[in-house]
Design a protein around this ligand. Structure first.
Ligand SMILES: [Zn+2]
Length: 442
């Protein structure tokens, strides 16, 4: 009776086992995606989901170790990196992929040396030795010997702190940046009327910045001059103060020896001139190698210059057929030479404006320069060979007695001083003590 029962019916314990197996399988399956993942976060932003904190840590440590090996010093992920196990239905990524994301999005830092310029972090180095090497090379470039004093225009500080390893500068990079800055320079070619102020306004910068971009530039812009107007401002300005000695040429002078035996206009070189030379010592101030100030400290003559000597003819030849003298002012003759009102007019009156300049009719020596009674303010010039010219009624006298004048040189101004009825120049030519008609000599 009982043998038939065994095959056809489930015993309760079998049901329990099956249920247990099913539950266990479910737990196993769900366990892998149990809703718990590790969020990898940088400064609060999730950059990836890892399978677990442990798995993420392993990848991060491997990356840090790799970078440490490369750099030769301790490397850590940045402080903003966080691992958080959370409940989420997100599918975590595999190790290889996680590694790529971390390389891309996580900064690794090391204890290096940061250089701040005017308070801003600008350069970073692996360590202080490299920073020092950079400063030394930069200074060496502008060092002009033992007595050269080197400093920076900017306020420069170095501090040992955590620096991002991808941003570390090599000495070469830092030198390049220090001198050329970041960004492309823009060059302006100076045009007519440009001023530094205009350029600054036009390019949205300041005159001070232009001066920094173009060391040594001054307000006198030259046409065609190149002016850096934007972009690359050097990060650092190296100031060098030093003594500089240069050999400088001394130009020669030209001396004239007047010779009354030679006709006027004749020139003969009696002695050729030659330049001298001297050593000039300057105190120099330079900015990134460009001299911005140069003060003479001392001069030492090596060779004196030799003057060029020219013999100059002064013989003044007048002919009564005209020529020789020039008109002292321009204007028409308002009263001619000769008979007038029952007397003799000793010169010509030339109508001219009050204050018009009067020029010497010929070369000579001033023998009168002052008040001449009825002539008013008067100048008399003695030319060679007993010839004199007189200029009367002047409003002002521009020469002194004893002064040598060239033909055409300013001697005074037209006026109406003395016996005169209006502004004019009374002009006389006296030859061997006798007044002659000036028109014959002009
Ligand atoms: Zn007159």
């Amino acid at each position: 009776m009982t043998e038939n029962d065994t095959g056809a019916r489930f015993h309760p314990y079998k049901i329990i086992i099956v249920v247990a197996v099913v539950i266990a399988a479910l737990v196993l399956i769900l366990g892998l995606h149990s809703g718990k993942v590790c969020a990898v976060m940088v400064n609060g932003d999730t950059i990836a989901y890892a399978q677990s904190e442990g798995a993420a840590k392993k990848v991060i440590e491997a990356l840090a170790a790799e970078k440490e090996k490369e750099l030769g010093q301790e490397v850590h992920p940045e402080a903003g990196l966080e691992l958080k196990t959370i409940k989420s239905s997100k599918t975590p990524i595999q190790t290889d992929e996680l590694s790529k994301v971390l390389v891309d999005k996580v900064n690794f830092v090391t204890t290096g040396t940061m250089v701040t310029i005017d308070g801003k972090p600008q350069l970073s180095f692996k360590n202080r030795d490299i920073a020092d090497k950079f400063f030394n090379q930069l200074k060496d470039k502008y060092n002009k010997g033992d007595e050269c004093k080197i400093s920076f225009l900017e306020d420069v500080d170095t501090v040992d702190k955590q620096v991002v390893i991808n941003e570390l500068n090599t000495v070469e990079e830092a030198l390049q940046l220090a001198e050329n800055g970041r960004g492309e320079p823009v060059i302006h070619i100076v045009e007519e009327g440009d001023t530094l102020w205009d350029l600054a306004a036009k390019h949205d910068t300041s005159v001070e910045n232009l001066q920094k971009l173009n060391p040594g530039i001054d307000e006198n812009l030259q046409l065609g001059q190149e002016v850096k107007v934007s972009g690359s401002s050097p990060l650092l300005t190296v100031l060098a103060s030093y003594k500089l000695t240069e050999k400088v040429a001394i130009p020669f002078k030209t001396e004239y020896n007047d010779d009354s035996s030679l006709p006027m206009g004749t020139r003969k070189i009696v002695q050729e001139g030659s330049e001298g030379s001297k050593n000039v010592t300057y105190q120099v101030l330079s900015q990134n190698g460009k001299i911005t100030e140069k003060t003479v400290l001392d001069e030492e003559i090596i060779e004196e210059p030799v003057s060029r000597i020219i013999k100059r003819g002064t013989k003044f030849v007048l002919s009564s057929r005209g020529g020789g003298l020039i008109w002292p002012v321009s204007g028409h003759i308002s009263s001619p030479f000769g008979q007038r009102w029952g007397g003799t007019h000793s010169g010509v009156d030339i109508a001219a404006g009050y204050g018009d300049p009067i020029r010497a009719a010929g070369p000579g020596r001033v023998i009168t320069a002052g008040w001449g009674g009825g002539y008013g303010n008067t100048v008399v010039i003695s030319h060679s060979n007993g010839i004199y010219t007189r200029y009367a009624h002047l409003s002002s006298i521009g020469v002194r007695r004893g002064q040598n004048v060239n033909q055409g040189e300013f001697i005074g101004r037209v006026g109406t001083s003395g016996n005169s009825t209006g502004p004019h120049l009374h002009f006389e030519v006296i030859v061997n003590g006798v007044t002659r008609n000036p028109l014959n000599y002009l």
